[in-house]
Ligand binder design. Structure first.
Ligand code: FMN
Length: 238
């Protein structure tokens, strides 16, 4: 589960990325072709990722009409939608594109019609893609200690890969920046677990995004993550 060939350049992309809502143009043909190839690679384990060009956004997104739709078979853990979608986000970022996850910022009627949504499928989010108008603002995130109860030094003494995984997980995007997770870093693993928040609608999808970041962080330190379901989330060994 959560098997995916990670790319080395996703690490820098994680630290560069932030949500873009104003674009100067849609991705060009070569970029769309590249994203199309990646979408096919990301379409398994219960999720299909498909690119579209045309109407679908509400008013917050300006200057592009290109988006990826994450279609999930009912019964697929929602984390998978975040995991695969964020891989697309990081690849697009590495290609120099801007992106924005959208849970509320699209018209479901249009999107569901575009993807010819079946009864056993569901769409929770789409991802806007285009050439960014503005440089990315800095991330505002929970301090590391609040997130996992350890300082960066304490994390590094566990293992470099655990420190990299936690720092990468920390900057993962989430719906309204709720960061609905706590992170447990212990001797041999890192777990991404639920944190109680008022709005829970996207929390499992957010967790999947956070898991991909943790995996990319660990990979940067030379380790490949293997995920296991645990109470309240997922734990990774690497
Ligand atoms: C699941 C999900 C849903 C989101 N939905 C929206 C949305 O409907 N409209 C919007 O403007 N931003 C949306 N965002 C973007 C978040 O607001 C943004 O990721 C968060 O505030 C962190 O900021 P950053 O991405 O710039 O680091 C969504 C993000 C996620 C992960």
């Amino acid at each position: 589960m959560f098997e995916l060939k990670l790319e080395k350049n996703w690490y820098d992309a994680m630290y560069k990325r932030s949500s873009v809502r104003k674009y100067t143009a849609a991705p060009d043909k070569a970029q769309l072709d590249r994203l199309g190839v990646l979408c096919r690679k990301l379409s398994w384990q219960g999720v299909t990722v498909r690119m579209f060009k045309g109407p679908g956004f509400k008013s917050a997104i300006k200057g592009t009409d290109v988006y990826a739709v994450i279609v999930a078979k009912r019964g697929t853990p929602m984390e998978m939608e975040g995991f695969m979608g964020e891989a697309l986000v990081l690849e697009a970022t590495a290609m120099g594109l801007g992106t924005c996850w959208l849970g509320a910022g699209f018209y479901p009627d249009i999107i569901n019609k575009n993807v010819n949504l079946q009864n056993d499928e569901v769409v929770h989010c789409v991802i806007a893609l285009g050439k960014a108008e503005l440089p990315a603002p800095a991330h505002k995130r929970m301090p590391v200690e609040k997130l996992c109860g350890k300082t960066e030094e304490q994390l590094a003494s566990l293992g470099v890969w655990q420190k990299e995984a936690v720092l990468a997980a920390r900057i993962a995007p989430s719906a309204i920046n709720l960061q609905p997770w706590t992170i447990e870093a212990e001797g041999s693993g890192v777990a991404i677990l639920e944190r109680s928040t008022l709005i829970k609608k996207y929390a499992p999808l957010d967790r999947g995004i956070c898991m991909l970041h943790a995996a990319v962080g660990a990979y940067h330190a030379g380790r490949e993550a293997v995920w296991k379901k645990v109470e309240g989330g997922y734990a990774m060994r690497a």
